[in-house]
Design a protein around this ligand. Structure first.
Ligand SMILES: Cc1cc2nc3c(=O)[nH]c(=O)nc-3n(C[C@H](O)[C@H](O)[C@H](O)COP(=O)(O)O)c2cc1C
Length: 203
């Protein structure tokens, strides 16, 4: 029997049960049906401080993520990420980009880089793509327009790269705010189903 794929979803919505979370749930349910082990983290539930830009976590070279001076849930979150073979990174598009909740998490990923004083730019500590990532976004605008005018997938891809994950797909849920409780349309449900199967197969 094949070893099951461990899938971790990290959701940056301000709403529990919002459209992006329901799209994530659809993917995870489909992946579970195919034998994957899944976990989901809502960043809303985590105590994450803002990065203070002290850069102490970036000074020591090596594969190990640098130690942060802040005492919050980020360390435990990175442990969960270590567990995963595949990451699902999901955020609504607000003001053209990821939510502030997701951005705060992404900024804290600076510990995944070696960036000593004097170096012009950070270098990922684990540049090899040992994981896979699926990027998900939702927007009030039609998906195609939101992709052109915003940078959500670019920001999520950056996070995936810092975590050593190769992006294997994206799901953009457009027209996501037509009603207070927007239902997922059939096309999105079908796409989520297929993506879940693909992730469970380790593809
Ligand atoms: C403050 C704010 C800013 C937003 N900015 C955008 C935007 O720039 N473009 C867009 O298409 N939708 C925008 N939206 C709509 C959200 O993307 C949409 O409501 C969200 O994807 C729904 O996700 P949720 O159900 O998980 O909350 C914005 C919504 C809010 C509240």
């Amino acid at each position: 029997m094949n070893t099951p794929v461990n899938i971790l979803a990290i959701v940056g919505s301000y709403r529990k049960g919002g459209i992006i979370e329901r799209a994530v749930d659809a993917i995870l349910a489909s992946a579970q049906e195919k034998g994957a082990v899944t976990r989901k983290i809502s960043l809303l539930d985590k105590h994450l401080e803002f990065c203070t830009n002290c850069r102490s976590c970036t000074q020591v070279a090596g594969e190990n993520y640098g130690e942060c001076i802040l005492d919050d849930d980020m360390g435990a979150l990175l442990q969960e990420i270590e567990w995963a073979d595949t990451l699902v990174l999901a955020s609504p598009m607000n003001a053209g980009t990821v939510t502030a909740l997701m951005k705060r998490f992404i900024e804290r990923l600076v510990c995944t880089a070696y960036w000593p004083w004097g170096a012009p730019a950070p270098k990922a500590r684990r540049p090899g793509k040992s994981k896979r990532a699926l990027l998900m976004a939702s927007s009030a605008a039609p998906g195609i327009l939101a992709r052109l005018t915003g940078d959500v997938t670019k920001r999520l891809k950056f996070a995936a790269t810092m975590l050593g994950a190769e992006t294997v797909g994206t799901l953009f849920v457009g027209l996501a705010a037509q009603q207070k409780h927007q239902e997922l349309n059939k096309r999105t449900i079908n796409k989520a189903h297929k993506l879940g199967q693909k992730l469970a197969a380790g593809k």
